[in-house]
Design a binder for this molecule. Structure first.
Ligand code: FES
Length: 120
């Protein structure tokens, strides 16, 4: 995934500081984000504000490649940003209105984790 429109990557933390299944908070371009390493080692990042009502997702639980919001337990797929729950139990018209989580570009290079600026 490419960085933001300006082409800027931000050095966030050493890659060795983030074990599989863990997440960490950071600031990128003045925005609070969280960075996570999924169980298979894939890195993901997103703004901390839940698309539902803005709770801090970095206080949530990471499992099954998804982040579970601590407030109402909406579950966002960290590979796609899509809402998994309650989307799967809502009627189709309501499910279509659930906002996804905007993922940030991320890469690991030279021992560091780099994140592109959040777009939303
Ligand atoms: S604020 Fe995150 S699910 Fe409601």
């Amino acid at each position: 995934m490419p960085p933001d429109d300006s082409g800027t990557w931000h050095k966030v933390l050493p890659g060795s500081a983030l074990a599989p299944g863990k997440l960490s908070k950071a600031m990128v371009a003045g925005r609070k984000i969280f960075v996570a390493r999924l169980d298979d080692g894939t890195l993901v990042a997103a703004p901390v504000a839940c698309p539902h009502e803005g709770a801090d997702l970095s206080d949530g639980m990471l499992y099954m490649d998804a982040i579970d919001c601590p407030r109402h337990h909406y579950l966002y797929d960290m590979r796609t940003g899509e809402n998994r729950y309650p989307r799967e139990v809502f009627p189709a018209d309501l499910a279509a209105q659930l906002a996804p989580l905007a993922l940030c570009p991320i890469k690991e290079e030279e021992g560091w984790i780099w994140v592109g600026s959040p777009k939303s």
